[in-house]
Design a protein around this ligand. Structure first.
Ligand code: SOE
Length: 400
């Protein structure tokens, strides 16, 4: 097969930078894609930090200004792993320079920004994806297949949580994730966005939402956090937390299903409780990210007396993406969800078709996030279709 090199330029290099770098490096080891990533350059503002990261993670070169990365003609794909308030500017500039783009979630701070990003990649004709990695766990892909094959029948319910506890110490610092102008929202955009993506992937489009949010600790000391989500306060000076510590919302879907969602950083003992259960007329499924190879499946057609949830190890060649790895039972981990996603991106670059989830999914996700926020403000249910109807410049047609 004639291999095409895709020279990657990554903006940012911390937690997600590590996950993406590892995935780009390992991808050709597991997947025989026609397009193959080359770790060409990374960008970050701190010269010493970015150089050290480039050396450690295997990037050929580094820049201290992302604009320089975009100007370089030896870069084909820009990967954005920076804080949320920078996504739009970088993605739009990358698209205008004719680079393919992959962006971390949530796509932007607002639906307006996200729409501009979608418009830019469409106009430039570049391939684009948003990094909702959890869809790419083989067990979640298998859940999708069971639902698509009708094994669960009509879907009635999804209940999904993303429970964390790293923020419970009132002295945990005010990092960028806790500043609305940088992150857009708190648990809603950081964790709820993943749940919305899983729900859209597995159940369908949202039709209306009703939400609530709370900020339990109103002020925090200035400081930073590391990639293990451990905080370090720099001074005693405290400033306002401007995002939610916890969020929850109810949802109705266009196909009539009901959803219950909860995202929090105040759930003691839950480190990464990203879980869902889906109930259909003929069966149910359950998934838990902390046990990501396994899918629990209940099928009503089973013989009475033998009915019950069975645990399927989604490591067999019949399970999506599993054949790229090991013999059955030899499990994979969190980092492999990124490899699977980037393998899809490589296929997208070969075919010229943006795989899902792409910027259109990012916009639809952002619409649900913003509708939940509006519902929190008004205390009312918000219809997603009416909400998009009020957005300046939004046309359902423009999404197609
Ligand atoms: C922190 O809450 C975080 O790293 C999120 O930013 C990620 O999106 C999530 O996958 C894990 O938790």
């Amino acid at each position: 097969m004639n291999k095409k090199q895709v020279r990657v330029g990554m903006v940012g290099y911390k937690f997600m930078g590590k996950a993406h770098s590892h995935a780009f490096r390992d991808l050709p080891f597991y997947f025989d894609t026609e397009a193959v990533p080359v770790l060409q350059a990374i960008a970050g503002r701190d010269a010493a930090g970015v150089r050290e990261a480039a050396e450690k993670m295997g990037w050929a070169s580094w820049e201290t200004d992302w604009r320089r990365l975009i100007e370089r003609d030896d870069i084909d794909l820009i990967d954005i792993v920076t804080p949320n308030n920078t996504h739009a500017e970088i993605a739009i500039a990358a698209a205008q320079a004719g680079k393919h783009v992959i962006c971390e979630k949530p796509l932007a701070l607002t639906v307006g920004q996200a729409l501009h990003m979608l418009e830019a990649v469409k106009k430039a004709g570049v391939v684009h994806m948003i990094c909702h990695n959890y869809r790419f766990a083989p067990a979640v892909q298998f859940a999708k297949k069971l639902i698509a094959d009708g094994r669960l029948g009509r879907i009635y319910h999804i209940r999904a949580t993303f429970l964390q506890d790293w923020l419970m110490d009132p002295d945990f610092p005010l990092t960028w994730r806790l500043r609305k102008e940088v992150s857009g929202s708190g648990t809603l955009g950081d964790l709820g966005a993943h749940l919305i993506d899983l729900a859209r992937f597995l159940v369908g489009e949202f039709s209306e939402v009703a939400g609530m949010m709370e900020t339990f600790v109103k002020q925090r000391p200035l400081g930073d956090m590391d990639i293990h989500l451990k905080g370090r306060a720099d001074s005693g000076q405290r400033e306002d937390v401007t995002v939610d510590d916890a969020s929850a919302f109810l949802a109705r879907f266009e196909n009539g299903a009901l959803g219950v969602f909860e995202a929090t950083r105040f759930s003691r003992g839950n480190r990464a409780g990203n879980r869902f259960e889906i109930n259909g007329e003929k069966g149910s499924i359950r998934w838990d990210m902390e046990n990501l190879n396994h899918l629990q499946v209940y099928l009503e057609e089973d013989e009475p007396g033998l009915q019950g949830f069975r645990t399927i190890s989604c490591t067999e060649v019949e399970h999506p993406f599993a054949a790229a790895y090991w013999p059955a039972g030899h499990i994979i981990g969190y980092e492999h969800t990124f490899i699977n996603l980037l393998a899809e991106m490589m296929n997208g670059i070969s075919t010229g078709v943006s795989p899902s989830p792409n910027f259109e999914d990012g916009v639809r996700n952002q619409i649900v996030l913003e509708a939940v926020e509006q519902s929190v403000q008004t205390g009312q249910w918000v219809k997603v279709s009416e909400y998009t109807g009020n957005l300046p410049g939004f046309k359902e047609q423009s999404m197609r």
